[in-house]
Design a protein around this ligand. Structure first.
Ligand SMILES: *[C@@H]1O[C@H](CO)[C@@H](O)[C@H](O)[C@H]1NC(C)=O
Ligand SMILES: *[C@@H]1O[C@H](CO)[C@@H](O)[C@H](O)[C@H]1NC(C)=O
Ligand SMILES: *[C@@H]1O[C@H](CO)[C@@H](O)[C@H](O)[C@H]1NC(C)=O
Ligand SMILES: *[C@@H]1O[C@H](CO)[C@@H](O)[C@H](O)[C@H]1NC(C)=O
Ligand SMILES: *[C@@H]1O[C@H](CO)[C@@H](O)[C@H](O)[C@H]1NC(C)=O
Ligand SMILES: *[C@@H]1O[C@H](CO)[C@@H](O)[C@H](O)[C@H]1NC(C)=O
Ligand SMILES: *[C@@H]1O[C@H](CO)[C@@H](O)[C@H](O)[C@H]1NC(C)=O
Ligand SMILES: *[C@@H]1O[C@H](CO)[C@@H](O)[C@H](O)[C@H]1NC(C)=O
Ligand SMILES: *[C@@H]1O[C@H](CO)[C@@H](O)[C@H](O)[C@H]1NC(C)=O
Length: 896
């Protein structure tokens, strides 16, 4: 029995001896690669991983190990081609008949070949021109033929799952000689999640997060990966600190005093709903205070977490991790790790529930989709041309349309790009590829540029398949998928408008009796909560916030917001019914119905009355998370509308809140010239310029009044044109119309005025009556006109809330006051002059200017004036009531 182990050892040695020459024996004639060659597949799609070597023993076969792939379509194959470009791949050939329509988990395959190896071995789907990933094979006589190729950034030596559900993995490759470790974090989570991993404080007795040195990795809203060194000084979100309080919380190293970011981002991507970030760090701590030194061969406590990222805002310029919440081992946990151990416990590719990570656009009945072209950055189906289609500024988004709802495209991608909707996934005229396609809309004519966009309307009907494609007719793979679904919000609601920035769509239907309104809002990008508010900004608005809680239940709550911090957010108890809220791929949609008038008193929400006849100002906000009642500053939004949209509920349209509309400003200016300068000027001319020789005053009076009336009419036209109609509903319009009627009466009655008495004659009774009429209507017109000016200002202020309206109102007030002062001065001088004229008679008329004026009108030359003053029964006041000194005092403010 003792000989047995010896025997087997001997046999083993013999076997090795027999095999050794075989390895060196004649190698495969179709390649000069050696057994030492190895290369990794790059990962482009379907979570492809794998290492390629030449099979041993001179076999003409490639050996593929640790091969991971998510199931592809039945047409996908290993593919031989000269290069990774679209045309190279299209001109290639299948390398192996092996179908790839099943998921491979850590598979080992042998792919025999019978002709010289190609330059490139890819996994390729010829039906959709999709490259899942590829590996370059050095050909023929390349130098360094037997060297291992540069490893793909997605490949590591070791891997362990972190979370219980194995949706979060840690991969690493240790380079002990260089004193570095490369770490890959991989998780099947949404792009709005962070992945954190790091080493716990070695001095701690039990595993704890506090004082841990972690790296937070994730993706910005633009999709760029990042990996950033963090130090946990407290169990709170990062507080950046002021002079008196230091930085504390879960904060980036670089915001601490003397800290720095010591992790180096190597690579990152999002594919198939999986986030992957690779970074490198040194084993020994670079700054002893915030970094934990890692022993290469030591077993140490590590910790991890996944949670939502808070995008930067004005107060915090970093992407900050939010509390992960959740149970241990699901969203956070601890493990013991020895970096130099070789482990591979991750079987197969991560398989996310939701693999469609593409930006989405949901088409609506009213808003056209703007189609442009721009350089490709993250095209979902590589390889792709340099330029691809963008819809509403999003790169090749997934377009969702509803059957029966027309989709409008505004094509402005240049004249070399004709848009069409096709059944072919690649586009570019499938007939040229000897394929058939069904074209649903568009064609050679559907091209345009920004200056002359081409409008294309497509009505998906009940026969349109669930999946079609928008593509360019002349170039392949510029567009992407169109998902066709049965009716949605735009079918259920009568009206819809897109709010500011095109980030939120508002839908509504007024009930038939105008008692209630049903409202829906949909965010057009991912967020943790969506809020719409009625008001000019989020502050001082009635706000409806919708979010999906951690329990997966959608909620809608109402608030009154009167401040920028959490203390300014007051929950209200509005009676909203038919509440629904859901989140699809992070896109929140919510609906509710409320009475137009809350019919209650006392509480602030009772003032939240919707009047469908006046425009409703709507704003929106989105943010990372909402927590219901116990609000903290962490509920503050990260994105918000920059200006309110005025929604015309009855008309079903909207307009942006703007600074003074130029046309309305012109209207205002014209009315000011007419009512503030010309018409009062004319009246003043009639009253104070009679001392001029001849009837000069009369000429001035008539010219001023006529030009005033003409300018006023122009102003009315401007306003009517801007508002597209004439509504006599507001106070301003009522006053304006009254002033206009009074003003128009003046030239009319002047036309029929009784003739002027000759010098020295007593005017006829009719003439005196007319003079009264003319003077009274004239002055009332000016007064009503000035009131109209002020109501117009108020109107503007209400409509546009801009501060310059207030300034303008003050300026107008100042103007009116100065005119009044001037009139008083002139009046005073006039009275003085008349007193001079009539000093013999010893009394003068005060307080009845009409009478004075009427007489002046009669007697432009100033002769025989006032002879009838007592006859007209006006009050006469003895001039002895005034002392001479008062006269002098009164004179001083007058400058003329
Ligand atoms: C593989 O590489 C080793 C050292 O790197 C070398 O000794 C050996 O000869 C190589 N084998 C072949 C077949 O080239
Ligand atoms: C893969 O596709 C082939 C046809 O190409 C089919 O027969 C087979 O059932 C498919 N396998 C899977 C796992 O879908
Ligand atoms: C191998 O290399 C030789 C020269 O070094 C060359 O002539 C031959 O074509 C190569 N074979 C293949 C299959 O590339
Ligand atoms: C090797 O590849 C180069 C291009 O990279 C090509 O020009 C050459 O013909 C190839 N040689 C063989 C033997 O295939
Ligand atoms: C380790 O790092 C050094 C220096 O960066 C490098 O030269 C070496 O190739 C690395 N070793 C491995 C196995 O990657
Ligand atoms: C994957 O396969 C390799 C051999 O090719 C093996 O060493 C490794 O343990 C396997 N990993 C898993 C998770 O099964
Ligand atoms: C596609 O190409 C074929 C062949 O050149 C041509 O007859 C056809 O009109 C093209 N289709 C469109 C939509 O341009
Ligand atoms: C299409 O078919 C025609 C004739 O069958 C052939 O000549 C042509 O090369 C084919 N084109 C492509 C791109 O396969
Ligand atoms: C909600 O309805 C109840 C009874 O229907 C009423 O008492 C209450 O005032 C209403 N609240 C508001 C804010 O409308």
């Amino acid at each position: 029995m003792a000989a047995d182990p010896l025997l087997s050892l001997l046999a083993g040695a013999l076997l090795v001896a027999a095999l050794a020459p075989a390895a060196a024996a004649p190698s495969c004639p179709h390649t000069n690669l050696t057994a030492n060659f190895s290369a990794d597949f790059t990962m482009l799609q379907h979570q492809l991983r794998g290492t390629v070597r030449l099979a041993a023993e001179g076999k003409c076969a490639l050996e593929l190990t640790r091969f991971d792939l998510l199931a592809a379509s039945p047409s996908a194959r290993f593919w031989a081609s000269d290069g990774p470009t679209m045309s190279d791949l299209a001109a290639g050939r299948a390398f192996s008949p092996l179908p790839l329509n099943k998921t491979f988990q850590n598979a080992s395959l042998e792919l025999p070949f019978a002709r010289p190896l190609p330059r490139l071995l890819a996994l390729y789907d010829p039906d959709t021109f999709s490259d899942f990933g590829h590996v370059f094979l050095p050909n023929g006589t390349d130098p360094g033929l037997d060297a291992a190729a540069e490893p793909a950034p997605t490949m590591f030596d070791n891997c362990i799952p972190l979370s219980e559900a194995e949706t979060y993995r840690l991969r690493w490759t240790l380079n002990a000689s260089a004193g570095t470790v490369e770490i890959g974090l991989e998780a099947a989570v949404g792009s709005e999640y962070y992945m954190a991993f790091g080493w716990a404080d070695p001095k701690a007795n039990s595993p704890a997060m506090i004082h841990a040195d972690v790296v937070v990795a994730g993706f910005t809203e633009e999709g760029t990966p990042f990996a950033e060194d963090y130090y946990i000084s407290d169990y709170t979100e990062c507080k950046l600190g002021k002079e008196d309080s230091p930085v504390s919380g879960v904060c980036p190293d670089k915001v601490y005093e003397g800290g720095s970011n010591d992790s180096i981002l190597v690579y990152g991507h999002r594919q198939d709903g999986v986030s992957f970030v690779r970074y490198a760090r040194k084993l020994d701590a670079e700054d002893a205070k915030y970094d934990v030194p890692v022993g290469a061969t030591e077993e140490m406590v590590v910790l991890w977490a996944i949670g939502r990222l808070r995008p930067p805002d004005t107060m915090r310029p970093h992407y900050l991790p939010q509390n992960h919440g959740g149970p241990r081992d699901t969203t956070f946990g601890f493990a013991r790790l020895n970096l130099s151990e070789t482990v591979d416990n991750c079987l197969g590719p991560l398989d996310a529930d939701n693999k469609e990570d593409q930006e989405r656009i949901i088409a609506d009945r009213k808003t056209p989709l703007v189609v442009t072209s721009a350089p490709a950055v993250r095209y979902p189906n590589p390889p792709n041309p340099d330029k691809v289609l963008y819809i509403n500024k999003k790169e090749a988004p997934l377009l969702k349309v509803e059957r029966g709802v027309p989709v409008k495209f505004s094509v402005q991608a240049g004249h070399d790009m004709a848009l069409y909707i096709t059944s072919d996934p690649i586009g570019g005229n499938a007939t040229l590829r000897n394929k058939t396609e069904v074209i649903y809309a568009g064609g050679p004519d559907a091209h345009g540029v920004l200056a002359t966009p081409k409008e294309l309307v497509w009505l998906p009907d009940r026969n349109t398949p669930d999946l079609v494609y928008y593509q360019s007719l002349y170039e392949q793979k510029m567009g992407w998928k169109v998902q066709v679904v049965d009716g949605g919000l735009s079918d259920m609601y009568n009206n819809s408008v897109v709010l500011d920035d095109q980030q939120v769509t508002l839908f509504w239907t007024l009930s038939v009796d105008y008692k209630s309104i049903s409202i829906a809002a949909r965010g057009e990008k991912k967020s943790g909560y969506l809020a719409i508010g009625f008001g000019s900004g989020m502050v001082n608005s009635f706000t409806y916030v919708a979010w999906v809680g951690n329990d997966g239940v959608g909620r809608v709550k109402t608030y009154w917001i009167d401040g920028k911090s959490a203390t300014g957010i007051h929950p209200t108890s509005e009676n909203i019914t038919f509440v629904r809220c859901k989140s699809e791929n992070g896109i929140i949609t919510f609906e509710f119905t409320r009475p137009l008038n809350p019919s209650c008193t006392g509480k602030v929400e009772c003032k939240n009355i919707i009047d469908p006849t006046t425009p409703l100002k709507v704003v929106w906000a989105m943010g990372a998370s909402w927590s219901g009642d116990d609000l903290t500053d962490s509920n503050m939004h990260s994105v918000t509308s920059s200006r309110p949209i005025r929604v015309l509920l009855l008309r079903g349209s909207a307009e942006a809140e703007q600074d003074l509309r130029p046309v309305l400003a012109v209207h205002g200016f014209m009315m000011f010239v007419a009512w503030g300068i010309l018409l009062p000027g004319g009246i003043m001319a009639a009253r104070y310029l009679k001392s001029l020789k001849g009837d000069g005053w009369f000429q001035i009076h008539v010219y001023l009044q006529y030009s005033g009336i003409a300018i006023m009419f122009l102003g009315v036209l401007f306003a009517a044109a801007e508002l597209r109609g004439f509504f006599v509903s507001s106070v301003h319009v009522k006053f304006g119309v009254l002033a206009l009627l009074l003003a128009v009466l003046q030239p009319l009655n002047a036309k029929f005025r009784p003739s002027k008495p000759a010098n020295g004659e007593v005017p006829s009774h009719n003439r005196i009556m007319w003079e009264y009429l003319h003077v009274i209507t004239g002055r009332s017109a000016v007064i009503v006109g000035i009131v109209a000016l002020f109501t117009g200002m108020k109107h503007l202020g209400h409509r546009y809330d801009s501060e310059n309206v207030e300034e303008l109102t003050w300026a107008l007030m100042l103007w009116v006051l100065s005119v009044i002062v001037v009139v008083l001065c002139l009046e005073y001088k006039e009275v003085k002059r008349r007193i001079g004229d009539r000093s013999a008679r010893g009394h003068w008329v005060l307080g009845n200017t009409e009478e004075e004026d009427s007489v002046d009108l009669l007697h432009p030359d100033g002769a025989a004036r006032n002879s009838e003053s007592s006859a007209t029964g006006v009050m006469e006041v003895s001039r002895h009531g005034f002392s001479g000194s008062e006269e002098i005092d009164l004179e001083s403010p007058c400058l003329f």
